[in-house]
Structure formats: C-alpha cells, structure tokens
Design a protein around this ligand. Structure first.
Ligand code: BES
Ligand code: ZN
Length: 617
C-alpha cells in the first residue's frame, strides 16, 4: 500500500514536470482494485460506442464495443471480460493483437489488447455466450403480459463484464452512445436518454452524456409502454402493468423535488422507472436515468415506494459520488438509506420515516447475529480479498451505514449535517470516494471545524454496533407490539385494534412474534387477517417466514410459499425464505421447491441460493 502511494507520488511528480495535461487526466488517480484486471493508471477507457444486436432466438448479444482511450505510453490496455467470445480487436481501425488470460471464477479473464502510444481508439468484436451472468432472457410466460419475450441486464457488482468487455471497476467513468437492434415488436431502453415509443424497425440509439461507472450500464428489451408522471419522471412497463405503475409511483416528482431540496440539483435530467418481470433479482437497481424495479413493490397503496426514494437517492450517493471499490460499498448504500429515509420524512412525515428506519434496525440486529462467527463482516469498511463482492452486500452496509450517519446527524445537529452532505455531494460529483478519503473529508469539513469528537474509526473499522448509537423510537411500533401481546395473552383477536395500520406496522407486528407463539395463535391471526393471502409482498414474505419458523400449515400456505418462490426472484425475499427453511431443518422442503424455481431466477439469485442450500446444478 505504502509502496503504491510512493510510486504514485513519483509518477505524478515526473509527469507534472513533463506534460501537465496528461498528468491531470490519467495519472495515478485510481486506487488498488481487487475485483478488476484493468490497469487504469496505465491505460483507461473514457467513452464507449456500443453497437449491438439482441437476438432472442439464440439468446446472444453480439456486436462491437469501441472505446476512446487514454494511456501513458502503454503497450496494451487491459479490460475485464467474463464468458464472452472475443472475435477480433482493432486499434484505430486496424487489426491488432489481443489475448485472453487465465479464467477466474469470480473475475473472469483479463482481455489484453495491443496498442501504441498513439492509439486513440480500440474496437472489440464480441458475442455473449449462454453462460453470461448479467443477462436474463425471459420467455413470454415469465412476463406480465405473457405474449413477448423479455431481456434485462444486471451489472452491479461485477457482471457488466459478462455482457460488454469493459474496465469493470466502479472507479472507471465513461460516457456512452449505443445503437441497439432488437426484434421490431419490442422496445429497448438503457441507462441513458430513452425512447418513449417503439420504432418501426427495432433500431434504437442511446446517449449517456454524463460519465458513469461500468456497473451502471444497463439494457432492458421487452414489449414496453411509457407513461409520464411529470415532465421529468415516468414509468416503463408492459401494457398490463403500466397504469398500475404510474398510479403507484405518482409521487415520483415530489420525491425528486424533496431530494433536490435536501442535497442539490438532480444532475441526470430524467428520472424514470422500469417495472420488470418478477424474476428481477433486486427490489430496485439505480441505473442512471432509468431505475430498474421489481413488480413486487406495486402494492396498490404506495406503501412500498420507499424503494423508489432509495433508488432516486442513489442518483447522488452512488451514481454521482461513487464508492471507489466494493470494499467501500457502504458509502453507496449507507448514504442512500439515510437519504431515502430523509426523502420519505419530507413527503410523509417522521412517523413513516422512523418506522422504515426501525425495520432496518431489526434487519441489522439479525445480520450482526448471523455474522457472530465472522465479526469482520460487520465492519463498514470491508476486505473482500478473494471474495465475491456479493458477499459484502448485506444489511451491514445499508443499516449500519444508516445508523452511523443518523448518529452523526443527531450528534452534530441536522442543519450542520445537511450543509456537510450537500457539499460532500457537490465536491465529489462525478468522481469516486474511498472510505479513507471520506473520513478525511468528514474530519476536515464537519468534525474539526465544529470541534466535535466522534468515534468515527470505531464505527467504520470495528465490528458490531458502537454504544453511542442513535435510539430510534416509534409509538406506532410500540402500539403494534402491545397489540400483539394482548392478542396472544387473551387468546383472542380484536380486529379493531389494527384498524388503519400501515404496511410497516404489519411487518413489525409479524416479525416480532414471540418464540413461544403457537400454531393455534397463528391460525387465529390468519383467520382474522388472512395474512396467507396478503397481496402485499413484504407482508406476505414476513408472514411466510413465520409460518416456516412455527410449523403453521393452514390455508394452504405451503402452496402459496411455493408459488411465491417460483414466481418471484427478488433475492432479498427468496433468500429470507430459503434461509428460514434451512434454519428450521427443512432443507429438503427448500430443495424440493428450489428445483422447480431455480430456472426462473437470475444468476445472482441462483448463485446465492445454490451456496445457501449446497445445491449443485
Ligand atoms: N444497488 C442496490 C442493488 C444491488 C446491490 C445490486 C448490490 C447488486 C449488488 C439497490 O439500490 C438496492 O439497494 N436495492 C434494494 C432496495 C432497497 C430499498 C434497500 C433491494 O434490491 O432490495
Ligand atoms: Zn441501494
């Protein structure tokens, strides 16, 4: 580490004497990266021109990726590639040599392309293969309308390299143009300026003029329609979903306004959401200009839309100011949860905000408990050496990150904290931040000027949850808990006590069943509230978890769980349920369902569940 810094300093010195301009743009600004083969301090991509054809018959994307590059007299440029077929390469339009290095299960292969000091542009002719991890090709049956196939990509964390050869580190930033050819019945959309209607010939062109990190490259192709919510927000979805999506997300413009009032102008012009088929492996993915979302957030009553606030918040924390490496992932997600909850507070008040925060607080408790034999995994700053970045993508980054920032806010006062955050986003816009550079910035701009002592290092570099944590309270949750106890103590359910409950109260109520709850108690609750048939995905998920925990089999709930696990691929939901089976020594039941469900899952979900259940495909 030290050596590297010294070397960097030297290089900067040499070049700043030599050629100011070059030194400024490329030299040594990139930190050590364990999840990419690229050597951006030697040669780096700056702009991508992507020209691809999406073939649903062969399930292959093929075409060319042309990069404008900058280099320091390097003789090669190294890109990441995984499960790609590289056909040929060009440097400034002329054939050039390339080699593909040894394959690594996590990282794929380094793609080394020969260049000269004068090379301005490289072109790679390539194809994806049937192993490509980023892509999920869906049959019509797996979509909402059931008439056309569908394709979507998922880049985060290190999957973009499996559909585009690229320098796949979050420190890299590129602008891009793309030309995408799809079957003419379908529409293509990207993390870019998007069409609002289908073209006659299935040819679409895209432009992303702000520089973005490679994990934010995204494409979806399907029988889509667009409906505006405001002049800069709207929804894409299949026909049968688009009106529901528009109604559910009708507060989107208000969310953007609230976010801008908090931390500065929205820098991406348009904020749209595409509602994907239910196998989408995440709740949401913050692809710039076009958030990808699961249809499971469409509850019919806007009760799960904090997810939209979350993905919107990433337009600042993540997309504008980006974690430099996946060890710094908490900088993306912790800040985003904090910002999400501030947006929710601005729109719906403190009660709602604190309930969301408390649900995360309980997730954190469970995550810390789950890592009791691996305390290092409960640090904010991670060391993911030899690990897949996915291993660090859990509640610690989100909810411990949140709790840290909320505790800071309460310590310094909201006014000062907001001024600080606004300047943090502005100062670091369109660049990357390491945990260490954040700590420096925090000390210099918030703690030292205000003479505030705060145990920053303990929060960030030590396991567990420090003593000085903010205490979050919710009267509504206390009431829900009292109601729960009175139902159980009285062996009777007074339905009037739950009148007007929000989704968050229900979730809290269900998640906090005592260990000793009986199947009779569960039956009474199910009869009173029909929880087994809840149409709210979050309520259903936590209820299913409890029925697995406590051996309740009423109302055909087992079938419901199986249907849910086959239809929905959202990793957080399905892993919660498979984990519950496993914890309760019901791995065989889990495997029986998983065998039927697995083909419907995107690779990121399938990989997680394979590991969890010890499943070998
Ligand atoms: N960026 C994440 C999704 C992600 C994380 C993809 C890690 C790949 C690797 C996204 O912003 C997110 O956090 N989604 C959450 C929703 C949120 C409300 C907590 C999800 O998918 O559940
Ligand atoms: Zn997020």
């Amino acid at each position: 580490m030290k050596k590297q810094t010294l070397l960097s300093a030297l290089i900067v010195l040499v070049f700043s004497c030599n050629d100011d301009k070059k030194a400024e743009t490329t030299i040594s600004k990139y930190v050590k990266e364990i999840h990419s083969y690229a050597k951006p301090n030697e040669s780096v991509i700056k702009h991508l021109n992507l020209n691809i054809n999406v073939d649903f018959d062969s399930k292959i994307i093929g075409g060319t990726a042309t990069y404008t590059i900058e280099s320091n007299d390097a003789s090669e440029i190294v890109l990441d590639s995984k499960f790609l077929e590289i056909e040929r390469a060009e440097a400034d339009g002329k054939p050039t040599e390339f080699t593909l290095g040894t394959f690594d299960k996590q990282l794929g292969q380094p793609l080394k392309i020969k260049i000269t000091e004068d090379t301005k542009q490289i072109t790679i002719h390539y194809k994806t293969t049937d192993k490509t991890e980023a892509l999920q090709w869906l049959s019509p049956q797996q979509t909402a309308d059931k008439t056309h196939p569908f394709l979507f990509t998922q880049g985060q964390a290190i999957l973009t390299r499996s559909w585009i050869p690229i320098q796949d580190s979050p420190q890299i930033r590129i602008t891009y143009n793309a030309t995408v050819k799809v079957p003419k019945e379908l529409m293509a959309v990207m993390s870019a300026e998007n069409p609002k209607q289908k073209t006659a010939d299935g040819l679409y062109t895209f432009k992303m003029k702000q520089p973005i990190s490679p994990y934010l490259m995204a494409l979806a192709v399907g029988d889509l329609e667009y409906k505006a919510v405001s002049n800069r927000t709207g929804v894409y979805a299949e026909k049968s979903m688009v009106d529901k999506a528009q109604a559910e997300f009708s507060d989107m413009e208000k969310m953007v306004v609230a976010a801008e009032n908090l931390y500065g102008a929205y820098d991406w012009e348009q904020f749209d959401v595409i509602v994907l088929p239910p196998s989408f492996p995440f709740g949401g993915m913050e692809n710039p200009r076009l958030t990808f979302a699961t249809p499971t957030v469409i509850a019919g009553d806007k009760s799960l839309t904090s997810l939209i606030a979350h993905e919107l918040a990433h337009s600042w924390s993540g997309n504008l100011v980006t974690n430099a490496t996946w060890n710094d992932f908490w900088l993306n997600e912790g800040f985003t949860v904090y910002f999400e909850i501030r947006i929710m507070e601005a729109l719906y008040g403190k009660d709602r905000a604190n309930m969301i925060a408390l649900i995360g607080r309980q997730d954190l408790e469970e995550e810390v408990e789950g890592f009791k034999d691996e305390p290092d995994m409960t640090k904010l700053k991670l060391d993911l050496t030899n690990k897949n970045p996915d291993d660090g993508m859990n509640s610690i980054a989100y909810d411990k990150g949140y709790l840290f920032l909320r505790t800071l806010e309460e310590t310094v006062g909201r006014d000062k904290f907001d001024v600080f955050l606004k300047s943090y986003f502005k100062t670091n816009a369109f660049s990357t931040v390491t945990t260490e550079s954040f700590v420096d910035y925090l000390n210099a701009n918030l703690l030292e000027p205000n003479s505030i002592a705060f145990n920053v290092d303990e929060w960030i570099y030590q396991p567990g949850i420090p003593e000085n944590q903010a205490i979050i309270v919710s009267d509504k949750f206390e009431n829900a808990q009292n109601t729960l106890h009175s139902f159980i103590d009285n062996k009777a359910v007074d339905v009037s006590k739950t009148k007007g409950w929000t989704t968050q109260e229900w979730v809290h109520f269900i998640r906090n069943f005592p260990e000793t709850i009986t199947t009779e108690d569960l039956k009474r609750l199910d009869i009173a509230f029909d929880l087994t048939n809840s149409n709210n995905s979050h309520i259903a998920m936590v209820w299913y978890e409890q029925t697995i925990n406590h051996d309740y089999h009423g109302k055909n709930v087992d079938q419901k769980i199986e249907d849910f696990l086959i239809r929905v691929g959202r990793r957080w939901y399905v892993s919660t349920l498979y984990k519950a089976f496993k914890r309760n020594n019901k791995v065989d039941e889990a495997l029986a369902i998983y065998k039927k469900a697995r083909a419907n899952y995107h690779s990121v979900t399938a990989n997680t569940i394979d590991d969890m259940l010890g499943y070998k495909s």
